[in-house]
Ligand binder design. Sequence first.
Ligand code: GRF
Length: 219
Amino acid sequence: MSNKLRLGILASGGGTNLQAIIDRIQDGTLNAEIVLILSNKPTAGALQRGKLAGIPTLCIDQRHYKDRLDFDRSMVAALTEANVELVVLAGFMRLISDEFLDAFPNRIMNIHPALLPAFAGLNAQQQALQYGTRITGCTVHFVDAGVDTGPIIIQAAVPVLRDDTVETLSARILRQEHRIYPEAIRLFAEGRLRLVERRVHIDPPVAKPDEALLSPPLS
Ligand code: GRF
């Protein structure tokens, strides 16, 4: 087996985060290999993107399973079969069971379009607009048993502008998602993420974390 980190990507939607990861692998920034793309939606754009890139894809349609556990077991079986080392949730719109978590302890990442712990759950961009925050952003975190509650790996901030709609704000956040998700995976691939209680330490320490990792300048 090569020394490339073996990724299994789970996606339900358009797959722009998946595409950003594919692009970073192709340009050599990310020493990883996507060995399986899994979706619960036959129409997910992510499946098309995977096929175009020549990556194995699999749709596990939840309607064919009797309950969540049954569905999760078949996902775990597919990921295990493919020898996946890191599970990457990229717009995967389902909660995952404890059994799934136990199969990949501290080896499941998610991206959320807000600065957690603010605006967890669905429609995070709309929540930020309705609340009236001046700044929001995105968070890559390890997945735990809660909803968007796991240890935070990287965050990036973006401003909320006066005329923003859910669409314009989402697009601004997505640009940062595409930057920080491959970066978080790279840190994992390089063995640089260390969990201390619920804090993620990055080794060796980043000299200027605000510039290197956390956020571009607000504009
Ligand atoms: C992203 O906004 C991500 O933060 C959220 O779902 C969306 C997925 O977008 N979890 P895409 O399918 O990667 O384009």
